[in-house]
Write a protein that binds this ligand. Structure first.
Ligand code: FAD
Length: 553
């Protein structure tokens, strides 16, 4: 049985009861996934438990950039800029299809946070610290050049500008790719598996109680070491452990709005000042442009942060100020998402001043908790945690483990050594896809999502061809089948929200095609009638919630 198939979940959990793992990881965001890969590749037996779905938390709700960390210069976090800059280069090498260079326009405006000279200086320091390649270094623009790059900018306030290079990604896909790679190294991963209790012997954690949220079955799993990588939920797990003392999390909410591209037709990504001095991104992505983000204190329910009317007004105002001719309003919003930053509390600091650095806490019961950090720095965070696990395991078992070598591991589907190889693969797959009517656009989308694994998606299209009467459904069905068989999509939300991002980025198409596609999901995932009806209700609630955004004011 494929260990990544949705049908494998219960068997993995029940078989796992017979073992004592070296490491159990609580949380399947990018942090937990990174630790699973590092630990498994160093030879540990690893089980990762995720209560909803991989990347359900913050790791599917970020700005989706692999940052060089320009904004951290403001907080004088030089080491952080150096570290994320280096990590970005490693990630590009190891996940070329998922981490793409994105030229970013930085307009210098009257009353903005930086002037022309300070922008040039900041970018110079940033590029030096982050080790930016010569070909990707900044280009300073005069007023005329800046307005030519982006004619939508308010010409009455633009004084100059710069182009520098960011990298964009798909955060949820990055997380699932890291999970898939961890599985190749022998890790076991299970979604919809919530850790409900920490079991202790002589005050040390020896096991966890796990609830499979889809079947309601419970399991007990033993391990020698436990890592709490629960992102915004880290303190809840520390509370269960009785170790929530000293430093604690400070959650801040960040919202993004998705606008149809024709309503915000930016010629390229831009990073601009809002009225309160914070910086906002506008990033074009296919048929849409997304805008973000806000940064406000959050004390509500962690499982379901909501977009408020205030969040919407703040972002629309910022966009309308810098691009005055577009005149965006609430009816232009196609969708939106809200995520929580799991930051470390610092007395007296406002949300945007809080450090994005990660921190480790090791409790008396030997629970290792990791909080803070960035998507971009996940590999090096994982290394720090896994080094601690090695220390602990070596004491307990006297076994030896390899040093970290994740910097040399290409992620699942990412085995492209050069840009030319990636281009070559596009050409090859276009040719093959044509024979079963798969469009250029769809093939490109598959390669962006799955890299070389797009081959397997295409194979499913070939297999489905004779049996599916309505041929126009084949691309969707091939991808859906792949997702259930190879990426553990067990609930429609796993597929429509995190594996493909359709809920946010193709909202209207999803709404129109859902009824046609859903029976196939039920069939491929072998759902019972009761589950099929329940899950349908749940995903439909998500679709409707997005439509209701337009009623907020
Ligand atoms: P999460 O992704 O939240 O993962 C934690 C997981 O633990 C969740 O999936 C949850 O379901 C699971 N869990 C919780 N409790 C349990 C339990 N009891 N049992 C099992 N599982 C459990 N970083 C960048 O580098 N670039 C960006 O552009 C960027 N933009 C951002 C924009 C916003 C608005 C925000 C909020 C953050 C952004 N970040 C960015 C930061 C980055 O997204 C986060 O640092 C990162 O995703 C955190 O990942 P995580 O795995 O620690 O947490």
């Amino acid at each position: 049985m494929n260990p990544l198939a949705a049908h494998a979940r219960l068997k993995i959990l029940s078989d796992s009861q017979e073992l004592e793992f070296d490491l159990v990881i609580i949380g399947g965001g990018i942090t937990g996934a990174g630790i699973a890969l590092d630990a498994a590749s160093r030879g540990m037996t690893v089980l990762l438990l995720e209560k909803v779905d991989f990347a359900f938390g913050t790791s599917s709700r970020s700005t989706k950039l692999i940052h060089g960390g320009l904004r951290y210069l403001k907080q004088l976090e030089f080491n952080l800029v150096r570290e994320v800059g280096k990590e970005r280069a490693i990630l590009y090498q190891n996940a070329r299809h998922l981490v793409r260079p994105e030229p970013m326009l930085l307009p210098v405006i009257i009353g903005g946070s930086l002037g022309k000279t300070t922008t040039a200086l900041a970018l110079w320091v940033y590029e030096w610290l982050a080790g930016v390649k010569v070909a990707e270094r900044r280009k300073m623009l005069d007023r005329h050049q800046c307005l030519k790059k982006e004619p939508l900018l308010d010409s009455s306030i633009v004084r100059a500008g710069a182009i520098y290079t960011e990298y964009r990604t798909d955060d949820a896909r990055l997380t699932i790719s890291v999970c898939k790679t961890a599985v190749k190294y022998g890790a076991r991963i299970v979604n919809h598996a919530e850790v409900t209790e920490l079991i202790k012997e002589n005050d040390l954690i020896s096991g966890v109680r796990v609830l499979d949220r889809l079947s309601n079955q419970e399991f007990t799993i033993k391990a020698k070491c436990f890592v709490n990588a629960a992102g915004p939920w880290v303190d809840q797990i520390r509370k269960q452990d009785g170790s929530k003392q000293g430093k604690s999390l400070h959650l801040t909410k960040g919202v993004h709005l998705v606008i149809p591209f024709e309503r915000l037709p930016v010629k390229q990504a831009a990073y601009f000042d809002s009225e309160d001095g914070r910086m906002i991104f506008a990033i074009p992505r296919g048929d849409i442009t997304y805008l973000g983000t806000t940064d406000t204190n959050y004390t509500g329910v962690i499982d379901s942060p909501k977009v408020s009317g205030e969040d919407i007004q703040y972002l629309l105002k910022a966009a309308n100020r810098i691009f005055p001719s577009i005149n965006l309003n609430i009816t232009d919003i196609q969708s939106a998402w809200a995520g929580l930053r799991p930051l470390i509390h610092e007395e007296g600091k406002n949300p945007s001043e809080l450090s994005r650095k990660d921190e480790l806490f090791i409790s008396n019961s030997q629970l290792i908790s990791i909080a803070g950090g960035k998507l971009t720095g996940f590999r090096v965070m994982a290394k720090r945690v896994t080094d601690k696990v090695v220390e602990s395991l070596t004491k307990k078992t006297e076994r030896k483990f390899q040093a970290c070598f994740t910097q040399d591991i290409q992620l699942s589907g990412a085995n492209f050594e050069t840009e030319d190889e990636l281009t070559e693969f596009h050409h090859q797959l276009f040719g093959e896809g044509k024979q079963v009517g798969i469009s250029f656009k769809r093939i490109s989308q598959w390669i962006d999502r799955y890299g070389k694994d797009a081959n397997t998606v295409l194979e499913h299209a070939y297999t489905l061809w004779p049996d599916v009467e309505d041929k126009k459904l084949i691309p969707d069905l091939a991808e859906m089948y792949y997702s259930i068989q190879e990426e553990m999509s067990a609930h429609p939300a796993d597929y429509f929200i995190r594996r493909t991002g359709q809920l946010y980025f193709q909202h209207t198409i999803l709404e129109q095609s859902f009824d046609e596609l859903y029976p196939w999901f039920v069939k491929f995932a072998r759902l019972s009638e009761v589950d099929a009806a329940k899950y349908r209700e749940e995903i439909w609630e998500e679709i409707k919630a997005i439509n209701l955004l337009k009623n907020l004011s």
